[in-house]
Design a protein around this ligand. Structure first.
Ligand code: FHN
Length: 416
């Protein structure tokens, strides 16, 4: 299977849930708390000894994602702190050795599959807990200022054997997995420093259909991407203005990962949440540029997704129920970006996403005499078009002012 075939479902689904969860939910100051506060392994151990998410029910997570219109999910199997949510045979630093005594990844996979969602694994190639991970090489390592730690002799090949071994466990022990989401290469720690070619080959041998992000460090935009380039780009906290193109100007698959507030992992004081409108516009923005949105939630120490996040997801789901056809299986339209919003397109169906009404009717540049009919997606009502102007009043984005110019002969990839 080539990249185009592997990523077809991904580019059709467009919208996924990112889930950052682990020991860091207990201090509740974000997933980087160990690095930011330079917490030693010993001091961080108390969280391991008490971790017991009594309310963890991944079925609830899966139902929230499904109701929001999200078609896939990516959960942290191990973040930079090295704590494994899965029952790895290669370490004792895992959820099954905490008071939880549960393989949280097994339960996640089963629950999300049961709800019909595709499942992805986030795996941090950075590991601040592992004895053979180079503290001296990682300017974010919690023990970076500790002379003894810095002088410690390490065997990085042993860390790589561990890291590759865990990826093998993850892709062998939990059935079909749809996405492998690595995080992150830095400085000269990239590509073959992770023995990436060998790692990717192993992944493709075990799960031939899986798609992989680009954070092992390869150049996916190259016309002959190195094998570890991955299958999609992973811009973070940004929607790339012009989408992402390769050197021939062809679209490259990409997925923007974005937080609902300012943190990936649970932060009890972070109330800076985006509004449902901002999330919907970001999703439309991504699709209008041929991209996906991976929207993040950070469950708390009990395993519960914060109510603020659930409320936003529910609002987004209400909109998706009425307007999802303008997102799923859609991509950029071959039209200039309109002043009033964005277009998305699926074959000869054009969807006009009206963000800012402006004054006067809407002008559909380039579509004169091409529009056969227009229907408001929210309620299917007819919109009278006096080409090329939209004469009718219509509601704003809150009520889904999206128009399906069904039947119009629209510019598409077959047009010269
Ligand atoms: O350091 C991580 C961060 O905690 C989070 O997991 C994000 C999600 O893409 N990735 C890294 C920062 O780029």
């Amino acid at each position: 299977m080539n990249r185009k075939e592997r990523t077809k479902w991904f580019l059709d689904d467009r919208f996924g849930m990112f889930i950052h969860w682990g020991l860091y939910a207990i201090p509740a100051r974000g997933e980087w708390v160990r690095s930011v506060e330079k917490i030693s392994n010993e001091d961080y151990e108390k969280y391991f000894e008490e971790f017991n998410p009594s309310h963890f029910n991944p079925k609830e997570w899966a139902r929230a994602a499904k109701a929001a219109g999200q078609k896939y999910a990516v959960l942290t199997t191990k973040h930079h702190d090295g704590f494994c949510l899965f029952d790895s045979k290669l370490t004792d630093y895992k959820a099954t050795n905490t008071p939880a005594k549960r393989d949280l990844i097994k339960e996640y996979v089963e629950a999300f599959r049961e709800e019909g969602l595709k499942v992805g694994f986030y795996y941090s190639i950075i590991d601040w807990h592992h004895e053979n991970y180079p503290a001296f090489g990682d300017r974010n390592h919690p023990m970076r200022d500790n002379e003894n730690f810095r002088k410690k002799q390490i065997n990085f090949d042993q860390y790589l054997e561990y890291m590759h071994g865990q990826v093998r466990e993850l892709l062998t022990n939990y059935g079909k997995i749809d996405i492998m989401w690595f995080d992150f290469s830095y400085d000269d720690m990239t590509g073959e420093k992770w023995k990436a070619t060998e790692l990717i080959q192993m992944i493709r041998d075990i799960q031939p259909d899986i798609i992989i992000d680009n954070r092992l460090g390869g150049n996916i935009k190259s016309s002959n991407p190195e094998i570890y380039a991955g299958d999609f780009y992973s811009p973070e906290q940004i929607v790339p203005p012009g989408g992402i193109l390769d050197e021939n100007g062809e679209q490259v698959p990409w997925e923007a990962c974005i937080t609902l507030n300012d943190n990936w992992g649970y932060h009890s004081k972070d109330k800076n949440y985006k509004s449902p409108k901002q999330v919907i516009r970001t999703l439309v923005e991504c699709v209008s540029k041929n991209g996906n949105l991976l929207l993040n939630v950070g469950p708390d120490a009990r395993g519960i997704i914060p109510q603020e996040s659930l409320g936003i997801l529910q609002e987004v789901g209400n909109w998706m129920q009425r307007n999802g056809e303008s997102i799923y299986r859609c991509k950029a339209a071959k039209l200039p970006k309109p002043e009033w919003g964005r277009y998305t397109q699926n074959g000869n169906k054009l969807y006009a996403h009206v963000f800012d009404r402006g004054i006067g009717p809407i002008y559909f540049a380039g579509l004169k005499d091409k529009i056969k009919k227009a229907r408001l997606l929210a309620d299917g009502s007819e919109l009278k078009i006096e080409t090329p102007w939209m004469a009718e009043q219509y509601s704003d984005i809150e009520s889904g002012a999206f128009i399906n110019l069904e039947g119009a002969r629209l510019p598409d990839e077959n047009d010269t």
